[in-house]
Design a binder for this molecule. Structure first.
Ligand code: SF4
Length: 197
């Protein structure tokens, strides 16, 4: 059977999408011992440049939510980080103005997701960030807001989070219970999972 290291090498050499604006550059991390899976969307332009997942303001907010520093976050034995698309998909421009990033490339999950997850037998908590990951990980979902606020439904195996992008500031303002009640529970669980690593 192929090792995870060999599979990651194969993913990092992927050129399946030949029309990406900045070309293929898969950005992900994983190790067999990881207990927490972060299922995100796709790298942004800044992350594309740095080559590290969530190396941007969204990542700063996410690390704050998780209660971990950068060293722990970028330890693949702690966190497997598998966005729905591994390469920067480009930006949406309307009337000359940037409207945000394009959706993750659908080819990516089809080609790689099941194969990668089959190499991660120790995942005990999956963090589902945003609607694209929600569609894949909870296909019968009730919408992001319901799943994120009615958080105990899938707890402690899975937690749905809004994407930590600054664009979601309004959602966070409308749902103050998310940061007041849910995030402290999340931080406790992550601390417990990582303390027995
Ligand atoms: S987005 Fe995924 S499928 Fe497309 S080139 Fe990148 S790694 Fe390959």
């Amino acid at each position: 059977m192929q090792t995870l290291a060999a599979l990651l090498d194969e993913v990092r050499g992927c050129h399946l999408c030949d029309d990406l604006p900045l070309g293929p550059k898969p950005i992900l991390q994983a190790a067999r011992g990881a207990k927490i899976l972060i299922a995100g969307q796709a790298p942004g332009a800044k992350t594309h440049d740095s080559g590290r997942p969530f190396d941007d303001v969204s990542g700063d907010r996410l690390r704050h939510w998780l209660g971990v520093d950068r060293a722990s976050f970028y330890n693949p034995g702690h966190f497997a980080i598998l966005p729905m698309g591994f390469c920067f998909p480009g930006t949406i421009i309307r009337q000359g103005r940037r409207q945000g990033d394009k959706p993750p490339r659908a080819e990516c999950a089809v080609a790689w997701r099941e194969r990668l997850l089959s190499h991660l037998p120790n995942i005990e908590l999956t963090l589902v960030l945003g609607t694209y990951a929600l569609d894949w990980h909870l296909p019968q979902h009730r919408g992001l807001t319901v799943e994120a606020t009615d958080w105990q439904t899938h707890w402690p195996r899975l937690l749905v989070l809004p994407h930590p992008s600054p664009r979601n500031g309004l959602w966070l303002k409308r749902h103050p219970e998310f940061e007041a009640d849910i995030i402290p529970r999340l931080q406790q669980r992550i601390s417990a999972l990582l303390s027995v690593n």
